[in-house]
Ligand binder design. Structure first.
Ligand SMILES: [Ca+2]
Ligand SMILES: [Ca+2]
Length: 311
């Protein structure tokens, strides 16, 4: 709740005519506190993590004064002195873990998933058709079968999984009814957040990318143009546009009066520059011009091997 309040205070400041960019204001006003989860260090207010029943998250913070306190809605918190371990409960669901240090608040939105093994041989998970996962694919060195599936309900769809993105951004739009089941990789969130900052730092005005396709279950992915094997089935890909003017189309990034493949290509160039800086996030980058069914957009993923294409 305190995190939400801090956020609203910042928005009010920007709305009142602050000249600094939103990102700069956040950096300056937000109290600094980074959180280390299993060796990944986050400087995020909201951190999405996807775990199996009984899995352990090892947690530390950058607060060396030992005044930080962890609170979890369920599961078990074990104080180990220099770190804290959280043991996930057995029941799938969303379990926030909150740490405070002085005025800083960080929230880990831990989703306990349904293990992959619950997917039956016909590709059904609790009566919902997901489809079958392929054997490991050489093209996707980072992707094996998913660890598990996030139970996605109307109640948790808007849960932040990173500072700018929510579970809704990645849940399948074509899977009908609830619960839906979602596969999402933490590395994709890291890449999207870094790309958001990277492109904002180049002067483009937007709050977040519009993610119009994230996870696609294999059964549904067959229907789209890239067939069975795609980084989307592993929860490691997003099709995105930069839509700062909120008209539902990629903005005219090169200022030539049109929204088309040239703008997508420019955005893809930024994604490539980011990969050069963070080779551990290497993956596919595709850019697409307008078609009858969709506007221009780019695809980014974290498959672990560079791949480039355009249409
Ligand atoms: Ca636009
Ligand atoms: Ca343009």
């Amino acid at each position: 709740m305190r995190a939400a309040l801090v956020f609203w205070v910042l928005l009010a400041g920007v709305g009142a005519g602050a000249t600094l960019s939103d990102a700069t204001v956040r950096r300056q006003v937000r109290p600094r506190l980074s959180v280390d989860v299993n060796g990944y260090v986050y400087d995020w207010d909201n951190i999405g993590r996807f775990v199996l029943p009984g899995e352990t998250l090892r947690l530390t913070t950058s607060d060396n004064s030992n005044s930080s306190g962890w609170v979890a809605s369920a599961g078990e918190l074990v104080d180990l002195g220099t770190s804290t371990c959280w043991v996930a409960p057995d029941e799938p669901g969303l379990y926030p873990i909150i740490v405070t240090s002085g005025t800083a608040v960080r929230r880990i939105n831990a989703f306990v998933m349904i293990p992959y093994d619950s997917l039956d041989k016909k590709g059904y998970l609790k009566g919902v058709k997901i489809g079958k996962y392929p054997k490991p694919i050489e093209e996707f060195p980072n992707f094996t079968k998913p660890k598990g599936f996030i139970v996605t309900t109307p109640d948790n769809l808007d849960t932040p999984v990173s500072p700018h993105y929510t579970l809704r951004d990645f849940a399948s739009r074509t899977m009908e009814g609830f619960p839906k089941y979602t596969v999402l990789r933490e590395e994709l969130l890291v890449k999207l957040e870094l790309l958001t900052d990277f492109v904002q730092a180049r002067g483009f005005k937007f709050d977040r990318f519009l993610v119009f396709s994230g996870y696609r279950p294999p059964a549904l992915n067959k229907r789209v143009r890239y067939g069975r094997n795609s980084a989307h089935i592993f929860g490691g890909a997003a099709d995105i546009i930069l839509d700062g003017n909120s008209d539902g189309r990629l903005d005219d990034l090169n200022h030539d009066g049109q929204s088309n493949r040239k703008d997508a290509k420019l955005l893809a160039t930024y994604a490539e520059e980011l990969e050069a800086k963070y080779p551990e996030l290497t993956g596919g980058i595709g850019w697409y011009g307008r078609t009858r069914s969709s506007g221009a957009f780019i695809h980014v993923d974290v498959r672990g091997k560079p791949s480039r294409w355009h249409q």
